[in-house]
Each structure stands twice: as C-alpha cells, then as structure tokens.
Unconditional design. Sequence first.
Length: 356
Amino acid sequence: MAEKVLLKGNEALAEAAIMAGCRHYFGYPITPQTEVAAYMSRRMPKIGGTFLQAESEIAAINMVIGAAACGKRAMTSSSSPGISLKGEGISYMCGCDLPALIVNVQRGGPGLGGIQPSQSDYWQAVKGGGHGDYHLIVLAPASVQEMVSMTFKGFDLADKYRVPAMILADGTLGQMMEPVSLDLGEVKEYDKSWAATGTENHEGRNILNSLSLSPAQLEEWNISRFERYKQLEREEVMYEEFMTDDADIIITAFGIAARIAKNAVKDARKAGIKAGLIRPITLYPFPKAAIKNAAKKAKAILSVELNMGQMVEDVKVASNGACPVYFYGRTGGVLMRPEEITDTLSAIAKGEAKEW
C-alpha cells in the first residue's frame, strides 16, 4: 500500500504538478490559492525549475504561453478575479493549441466578492472565459487526493490533445488537509515536434500563432480544433455514480458540493427517499450520456451547486425533458448543509418543489 502523507489541498496540487514534470510556474498571489505559489517558490529552485511571481495575472499567463510554446510543462494558478484577468491569454493559448495547466481555486463573486469557497466560475470555465470558439479541458476534484490525481491527469490530457486544462477547485479544497498518496506513476512523454525550439528537434522553424487574416484559414483552424473536442467527448468523460441503480431522484453535483450531497443521499435513504448521485469529474467534456440515461429512469433530477444555478443548465439540456429538473444552491461563499439538500429532496418527493 502506498504511503500517505497529510497535505493541504493547495500544497498537494503543487507537489503533484512537480511530480508530473512541471518545471515552470508563473503566478500572482490571491486568496484562497496563494499557498500554491508559496509552495512553488520554495520547491522550484531546489529542482532546477522556474518560479516567477509576475507583476500581474496578465503577465503570468503570457509567461505560461512562452514556456508552453517551447514544449515545456508550465502552470499558473489563481482565484476567480485573477482567472478573469488571464482570459485573453487563455484564448490566445487555445488559438495557438498550447498545452498547459491552469488552476482556479474559486472564491465568491462577482467582482472581488469574498474569499470564501464558491462554484460560481462554472460558466466561465466550461463555456470559455475568453473570446472566440474554444474549450478548455475542465477537471473538478472533490478531495485533496483528487487535487493530486487530477493535476497529474490534467497535464497528460493537455499534452495529448494540445488543449489547455483547468483544475476547477474551490477554497474549501484548497485549504483543507487530508491524507494523500503521491504514488502517481511514470510521467508520460508526448510528441512535441510542433514546439518553437529552433531547429533542435525538427527541420525548419515552427511558428505558433493565433492570428489569421484569412477567414477561410481561421475557419479551417477552428473546425480542426473542434474535431479534437469531439474526440475528448468520446474518450475522456469522467464521472462518479453513487447509489443510482434504483434512485427515484438523482442529485447532480461537483467538487465539494458533491461531498455534501453524498451525505444527503445517505440521510435521504434512511428517511425512505431513494436518492442517488452523479458527480461530473470532467465538467468539459460533460457527462451528457450518463445524465441522459439516468433521466430516463429517474422521477426527477436535483442539481446542487455553490452558485445561483449554472451547471443545472447543462443538466437540463442533457436530460432532454425526460424528467423534471430542480435546483438547490447557496452562494456568496456559504456552504450548504446535508439537511438542506435532504429537505429539498423531501419537497420534490412530495410534489411541493418548484422546477428550475
């Protein structure tokens, strides 16, 4: 059995990035993710890596573009307002087909909001927070162990598909401590003959560019990119099912909200309500088929989120009218309690709840 160590979520994520081969980190402090940068500032110089606290979030994401363009594994991290500032650079990365890892340890918003945990950046992450036609690979951990494994997985998926990956965590996961295994296996090697490394590994020059003055060429690039997105949707969807086999009401929830919802499922079962849980792990690509199939068997779906209702839109589209969809959320950094979800399940079962 692999040895486990007690680590805070932000620090566990940072160590996992190093173990995944990341040697270039560029960031800027913001609560509740600052420990990622602080950890990297200590570790990177000791392993021959690069740590640089940029003058701004905008500078940090552009430094990631430079390192990724050279074929190196690079990473940045921030929290909600900081990710907004990185939006233009993220769009440029997608336009250049550059792999990298972007970490968002979410806080309440909009605006500067507050420093407490939230899930209100779902739309920004999965719908594209910058301009143009693009997607990020979006991974939603629900434990400190998954902060580790999803970081490792994120770098691999980014390199495999040449699509930036995002870890969409929250302040609770970033700050909580849990025992984790750091036995993550071997770092995979991917073909990076596209990288801008002079003529070291290829003939001629590689040019990485997101600008095209030809509409036909730009359309061709976008169509090609979306073919890779379709492959992601076919091959890389991840989700967890909990007690869904005979469930009358399916809860959908991700991240820390899913952990709370899982306790609510157990409590509901004790109260005679057949509840189950589908937890999307990849928010993009979204587990549409799993939710579609569940909706055909269930009497209702309840989307539980730490926001005013964001993922619920994708849940409703995926369910395609097969059963009614309901929503329960808390916002502003307030965490719901399991009994709040159980009460909502009870209201749905009694026909007293209002559809979303």
